[in-house]
Design a protein around this ligand. Sequence first.
Ligand code: SF4
Length: 351
Amino acid sequence: MSCHNIPVFLPHAGCPHRCLFCDQHSISGTVRTPSPEEVRAYLEECLAHYPHDPVQTEIAFFGGSFTCMDLDYQRALLDIGGELVSQYGLQGIRLSTRPDGISPEIIRHLLEYPVQAVELGAQSMNDEVLGKNRRGHTAADTVRAAGLIRQTGLELGLQMMVGLLGDTVDTVWETARALANLQPDTVRIYPMVILRDTPAFALWEKGKYPIFSLEEGIQLCAGLLAFFEGRQIRVIKLGLHASKEVEGQYAAGLYHPAFRELCESRLYRQGMFSQISRWEEKRGTVYVHPKGLSACIGQKRENIIWLHQKGVEVRVKPKETVSRGWLLLCPEGCEKEEQGIAVKVTGTAGV
Ligand code: SF4
């Protein structure tokens, strides 16, 4: 079930050190860790004007390493969250933390509150890559922490990055496969963005941080999106949240305000090309649900232009009866829709 979050950002709170690439101040747009009183006031203000169904809403503590924070502060925030969850009938509390910030005692403590989802910043499942990026934990920590969370019945979320220092296409796929094997409920994929106020920026400036091009990143992340959703693992985030803070600190890397849409559009392109390029005439009409029309055509008609350059000609038309995330491909001269070929564009369930 899709769920809304009321995010509370706790930038770097609890983090034992700064990872190579991280600047939560820019990412969250929040400069300091709020006091419990400020958190309560903020949440009450949000809930007073809340537009979504509370039953499908979580309070989400993001931006730091929640379970590594001072225990009194954790308890104060969880007390406030718990009170508001019962007062407003919210779904529960979601929080993010580090894999080495999970133990049986910590899980027991979280279960005293209406915590329902824990997200682990796994980032990579390759120990060499983790070391280079100063993560301070190993892939084995992620496996162990995910197992502990799973045993309790809490929802498990895993976060991975694409383009960490030392990453190759192979290490990215190694990470994706290892994370899928842990059977998370959700995944977040963060393509690497080099932000100015980070050690990664200093390396990149000296030419010591090779990064994927945007084109490589889109191709790779489109594949990851299809991979996870093909295994019924929801990708609840793909790409860094677009904000003026991130844009102000951006130096290089895989940033685009509509990164996920570009990846979904790539999957539509692949779906069309994989079929139509094999037809004798290499031309036809593509029907798509109206909500997927722009992703299918691509920004500035880039999919149509790309297909044309490959000798494939398509007319794309909206059709309500085509399921979302599917294409109906009709060759030239095909008079009836039943003669069309239905193709699932994996990874576009929400388009
Ligand atoms: S990546 Fe996570 S653990 Fe590392 S500094 Fe950022 S918030 Fe803290």
